[in-house]
Design a binder for this molecule. Structure first.
Ligand code: NAP
Ligand code: MG
Length: 400
């Protein structure tokens, strides 16, 4: 068989532990036999980041900006425990995803992979619900204070022009807590652009939800920015495609989530997105059936699985066991990148291959060869056998 050709490379970011093991199996058995794969390879494994003083992460993110499509394996973000596990670490290196996001900018979209043999916790969900989380500011970079004494908290806004405004937050008569947070219009604008672009790309309606009835200025800016971006750049295109944009209050958006059948993109502020993205992924079945894509405002993409490096499975793998890890989200990160590369380069064969690989993956699972995480989410009466990731990947290769 002649292999499918590629012209422009995909930026490949390798990673750690069990996902690194699956990464190699997926490439060797599911992609390389069929595609004349062109990648620019960056090893973001912890030791390689340590050897390069993390320069490799910066280089990988810049390559993603250059080529426009990247695929990333899950990576270890070192913490104190990891410093003991890897004594050679020079530093507690930053989260690679954080570094990449700060260089590429943009918004993370998490979309579940649906299959008929999986039963979402919400029975009505028959189409995916994609959560877009604004990953800048708000409580994540706030001034967060506590006092044991009675106190008066004031907020001073000193403008660049030399004017000052002072506000009384509250005078309290005992122990109390305070919080001051911020956001910027440019960050919100980039968020809105990425959300409209993703909704347009995937031909789904977009909802933005916040609480502008209570936070009139702060959330009001978000609502205005979304509305302006829609009117200016998307309204005509959305109408032509039969998709919609609308703003709703966060509480009614949360209620609507439980009663809708899905099939839309829900754009949320940082904290709302943090909470609801975990809720939605758990309710759809398994974190290993959740893909994640970073879209920047210039239309550059980085695809990955939403889960981490599955450490406990890796320790078992090192002992010679064959863990029943789920490769689906990592496979779909690859197919997302291959399809996007195909779209950008008008390479129909590559796009068709991405479709076939996804279908082969779901076919194997639907025949009952499943990983252990899927068991609690299977439809009642479904006949299955839990099997190793190696076996699942071999069966997918067989289908291909
Ligand atoms: P995790 O790797 O996502 O694993 C959490 C648990 O979820 C696992 O113990 C496993 O449950 C289950 N799970 C996740 N993916 C699975 C899969 N593909 N197949 C089957 N089960 C799966 O998260 P974590 O344990 O919090 O983090 C581990 C490491 O990953 C950390 O070093 C963290 O820094 C890193 N991390 C990286 C990223 C990223 O690069 N994007 C994201 C998150 C975490 P059972 O143990 O019950 O089988
Ligand atoms: Mg979270």
């Amino acid at each position: 068989m002649e292999k499918i050709k590629m012209t422009v490379p995909i930026v490949e970011m390798d990673g750690d532990e069990m996902t690194r093991v699956m990464w190699k199996m997926i490439k060797d058995k599911l992609i390389l036999p069929f595609v004349d794969l062109k990648t620019e390879y960056y090893d973001l494994g912890l030791l390689s980041r340590n050897d390069t003083d993390d320069q490799i992460t910066i280089d990988a993110a810049n390559a993603a900006l250059k080529y426009g499509v990247a695929v990333k394996c899950a990576t270890i973000t070192p913490n104190r425990q990891r410093m003991e596990e890897y004594p050679q670490l020079k530093k507690m290196w930053r989260s690679p995803n954080g570094t990449i996001r700060s260089i590429m900018g943009g918004t993370v979209f998490r979309e579940p992979i649906l299959a008929p043999f999986l039963q979402p916790a919400v029975r009505k969900w028959t189409k995916p619900i994609t959560i877009a989380r604004h990953a800048y500011g708000d409580i994540y970079s706030a001034v967060d204070l506590a006092t044991e004494e009675a106190a008066e908290c004031r907020l001073v806004l000193a403008s660049d022009r030399g004017t000052e405004r002072e506000y009384l937050v509250k005078k309290t008569d005992g122990p109390s807590v305070f919080l001051a947070q911020h956001n910027t219009r440019s960050s919100i604008e980039n968020f809105a652009k990425a959300c409209f672009m993703y909704a347009w790309d995937t031909k789904q309606s977009l909802k933005f939800a916040a609480k502008d009835t209570i936070i009139k200025e702060y959330d009001g800016m978000f609502v205005d920015v979304f509305e302006k971006e829609y009117e200016k750049n998307w309204k005509a295109r959305f109408e032509r495609e039969g998709i919609k944009y609308g703003y709703t209050l966060i509480d009614s958006a949360a209620a609507a989530l439980m009663t809708s059948d899905g099939g839309y993109v829900l754009a949320l502020k940082n904290y709302d997105g943090d909470v609801l993205s975990d809720l939605v992924s758990a309710a759809f079945g398994s974190i290993a059936m959740m893909t994640s894509v970073l879209v920047n405002p210039e239309g550059k993409y980085e695809f990955e699985a939403a889960h981490g490096t599955v450490t406990d499975h890796y320790y078992r793998y090192q002992k010679g066991e064959k863990p029943a890890t789920n490769p689906t989200a990592t496979i779909f990160a690859w197919t997302g990148a291959l399809r996007k590369r195909g779209e950008m380069d008008v390479n129909h064969e590559l796009m068709a291959f991405a479709d076939r690989l996804e279908r082969a993956t779901l076919d194997v699972l639907s025949e009952g060869y499943v990983s252990e995480d899927l068991v609690p989410a299977l439809v009642p009466g479904f006949e299955f056998r839990v099997t190793s990731v190696e076996d699942i990947i071999d069966k997918i290769a067989g289908k291909l």
